[in-house]
Every structure is written in C-alpha cells, then in structure tokens.
Design a protein around this ligand. Sequence first.
Ligand SMILES: [Zn+2]
Length: 209
Amino acid sequence: MPSMPTLLQNPPNIAQTRRDVFSFERGPLSLSAADHARIWPYMSNVYSKRNTEKPGPNTPWKTHYYWCRFCRQPDAPKALSARTDNRNVTGRKHEATKCDAKIRILEYPDGDFEYQPYNGFPYTYTLDESDMYKINEAVKCAVEVELEKGHSAKAVIDLFLSRGKNGCYKETEAARGKYLERSLVQTWKQKLKIEARIANPRKTKSYRD
Ligand SMILES: [Zn+2]
C-alpha cells in the first residue's frame, strides 16, 4: 500500500487564492518570491506562458505574459457540465469557452511578484471548468513522485482519490485535482518510464503497470 504523499501539502487558503488569481475580483495580487513559487503551480492549468519582456530603462522589472488556456479554439462540442463526476471520460475538451483572458506577472528586482489582469475579464465560465480541462502542476508533481516510487496508476489513483484512511482525497480536492483519471495517470507513468530509460539506459528501473 503506498504511503501518504508528502508533496501534496497545499499552501494555506489555496482555494481562495486560486479564485483570486482566476477572477481578480479582489484586484491585482502581490506575492513574495516564495509564495509565487508555491502558488503558481496550482494555476498552471488555467494559464499558459506566452512570453517574457526584459526590464527596460523605465521598467526595471521583468514582465511575464500568460494567456488563458481557452484562448485557443474549442476542440469539440462536448459539454463540460456533462462531465462532472464522470471520471472515465477520456479527452479534456472544452466547448463554448473560447476566452480572451490574459494576465501579466511583474517580477520585481527585489524578488516580489505582482499578478495583474489585463484583458478579457470577467470570465464567462468557472474555475471548476478549467480544473476539469487540465490537472494543475502541483497535483501532477505529487502524482509523479508516487509513480516514481514504482506504484501502479491504479494504486496512485486510489491514494489520491480515496476518502478513507489510506487516501488523501481532502488534500486532492483542496488542490483541485479531483478530476484525475486513471488513464491520464497511466499516460504520465508511461512518460516517466521512457524518460527513465533515456536517462539511464543500462540500469533500467523496473516499474509495475
Ligand atoms: Zn479564460
């Protein structure tokens, strides 16, 4: 039986912080470098990086531009609402959620960060829909740690989604990883295996499937 994952230690108030970074209803956010490093992986399913502007003569900070992942065209007419609690649906498609939301993150010379919305707000859909669409990096990294120990995709899914003593559903739900699917975890496991083989072709670690 896998032991409790140690990496899924959510920052305090992560749910509210995620809502703030999603909606900006409470305005721009200022974060220390340490808080930025802890919180941003929880938003990776919502925003993807476009580019970074170097500091200029009048702007001694770096500006990182991020676009909402729904800035691209929807793939297929599949209602996200129909997917709630349907863990075995493959593919994470979005419909009618084409979105122009863009944010910028200013990285100041002193190491602080400021998150600012600059286009396309407010959203016409929910954070939950973004969470259904893609699993965030914070959850993915915690899952990968367990996979690297050699646990099967099924065992890892049980661990993260079980509400019993041997599971950590509460933490997974707080991190918004409740839409994890076994097929997805299996894909991550395959990828880790390939990476392990490339990194260490002679001494291949044995993984269980
Ligand atoms: Zn959006």
